[in-house]
Ligand binder design. Sequence first.
Ligand code: SF4
Length: 371
Amino acid sequence: METLRKMQVLCDYSQYDICDYSTDIKRSDINLPGIYHTIANSCKIPIFKVLMTNKCVFDCKYCINQSKHKFTRLELEVEEITKVFLDYYQKNYVHGLFLSSGIVNSSNYTMENMIEVARILRKDYGYNDYIHLKIVPGASKESIKRAMPLADRVSINFESATPDGLSEISSTKSFKKDILRRFKWIDSMKKKNKKFAPSGATTQFVIGANGETDHEVLASIKSFYKKLNIQRSYFSAFDPVDGTEFENKEKCSSKRTTQLYHAEALINSYKFDVDEIVFNKNGLLSEDEDPKYLSALNMSIFPVEINSAPINELLRVPGIGPKSASKIINIRKKMPFKTVNELKRLGVIVSRAEPFIKLNGDFQASLDKLL
Ligand code: SF4
């Protein structure tokens, strides 16, 4: 089968690895397989994203590529990937590579193929742009050590937030041994050499494939960020695949993953504790209301004084983000704010913030109206 045809199929089968947050990754207008947009270092860049193979010895029950699923298996050679990628890159279709793979033969054999693609691009062709390498579960310390200097970013998919959750999904992957331990190695390698994967490590969760709640997912994320220095998490809504063990399970709504992205930002960028986020009695986020707004309604700190509140309180005001909170702190040292229009000019969404703030002691809108 010609390379582009194989690539088209393998890009379609890489769906399990494509998070469904449209502002993060989406198919570009160019009608060629494998081109998506991603965010790296706060910039949106077109990347070439492909699976090296849809063969896999693991049995993740939701995954189209799992070992027991009967369908056509394909594999791209190292040379095929480097050739197509360099062609896309030279034509300016993409500025980066995201390389992933099903696990063929063994975790280390798979890693060797991915490392070889990155090595050829960096060493033989002098390619200096973005490379994201997937570290497969169970990869040896040695292979991770060789992948890290070649990659801008690395990731391992947790898939589940807890060991019990993962055992619902897979009988072949160990949460602690195959994933957690590998993240610890990555963290310690990065601490020893800052040039290793300078854009950091990320992870991904499949939401709705097991019984885990949003509370469990976010509590694990908070702890992973603190202990393993993971930069961020991506979420993919479970969608049943015919012919897999989970074919009759209910599809997960994309509203759920959208709200998880909002809540993840509260933990990651706004430094919220999980206890400050509002969940229903089943441990799920509201699918309709913004998690930050719901949290604010439950907090006793409001209204906060814009001209004196500490940054952690400003960050809890709906309509104030990390950038506008920093600007408020810097500007008010020189001159106190007098009107909400001055806040608007900094990017504050005043209509959301007004009920939660005071300016020089004056309420801007009544919080009671919201309740
Ligand atoms: S490791 Fe699991 S999720 Fe990844 S390709 Fe194999 S079966 Fe799918």
